[in-house]
Design a protein around this ligand. Structure first.
Ligand code: 5RP
Length: 249
């Protein structure tokens, strides 16, 4: 009986993750097809969903001879751009982007986001902030009425390493919940970001005014950036389980 239960559980988990991969691809392809044109400067986000967007970008560059320049949001994004032979740039040469496309860990009804599951939130926020249009791509599991309903790992907050203990205490005291230092999978040490900083995952207890909370957290000495993206996204594409794409704007 026990074995039977285990098999069912693992099958249903596999089923959801296969559906989610298809859904990521659907969202990514729809966003690239609807928002990318020739002669654009494009911000390339990080994570697993963006991999499909870069696949599609590369396909369109090959097939339609699109001329685009790509600005990465992480080491991973830079590697993806190079792997596909796309034109790599940076904010020194292209401080104004036409569009940035990125994934998210959770998207609420008002397009507020939690980002930074992959630890790239600071560069992602900088690049998104430089873009005329910031477009989010996600699978159905990220779609939420209010932040915290779907993503249970908390809000990622990038901190200067020497400040992680005081920042974590201040977060808990002022906003409730608990802020936990993100450890490497090996548990050998903390995750270190592309900017050589640490990540605190702040597990908040209840929904808040995210715009105000974001501003207040940023004022804590030692905080570099938060994974709360409020008032930045223009549109979100969700790949759905039934093969459709849901658009929120
Ligand atoms: C990385 C991010 C990612 O965009 C976010 O975690 C979503 O990732 P995925 O597409 O793998 O679900 O913010 O810092």
């Amino acid at each position: 009986k026990e074995t039977h239960v285990c098999i069912c559980r693992s099958r249903s988990r596999n089923y959801v993750s296969v559906m989610a991969e298809e859904a990521k691809k659907l969202a990514a392809y729809a966003a690239v097809d609807n928002h990318i044109q020739t002669n654009q400067v494009v911000g390339v986000g990080s994570g697993s969903t963006i991999v499909y967007a870069v696949d599609r970008l590369a396909e369109r560059v090959r097939q339609e001879k699109l001329k685009i320049v790509c600005v990465p949001t992480s080491f991973q994004a830079r590697q993806l751009i190079l792997k596909h032979g796309l034109t790599l740039s940076d904010l020194d040469r292209h401080p104004e982007l036409d569009v940035a496309i990125d994934g998210a860990d959770e998207v609420d009804a008002g397009l507020a986001l939690i980002k930074g599951g992959g630890g790239c939130l600071t560069q992602e926020k900088i690049v998104a902030g430089c873009a005329k249009h910031f477009i989010v791509i996600a699978d159905f599991r990220k779609d939420s009425k209010s932040l915290g309903q779907q993503w249970k790992k908390g809000v990622p907050i990038e901190v200067i390493p020497m400040a992680y203990v005081p920042v974590s205490r201040t977060l808990a005291k002022r906003f409730g919940g608990e802020a936990v230092l993100r450890m490497a999978v090996s548990k050998a040490g903390p995750v270190v970001t592309d900017n050589s900083n640490f990540i605190l995952d702040w597990k908040f207890e209840h929904s808040q005014n995210w715009k105000e909370v974001n501003t207040a957290i940023k004022m804590i000495p030692g905080v570099v950036e938060t994974g709360l993206f409020v008032g930045m996204a223009e549109k979100a594409y969700f790949g759905m389980e039934d093969g459709s794409v849901k658009v929120r704007d």
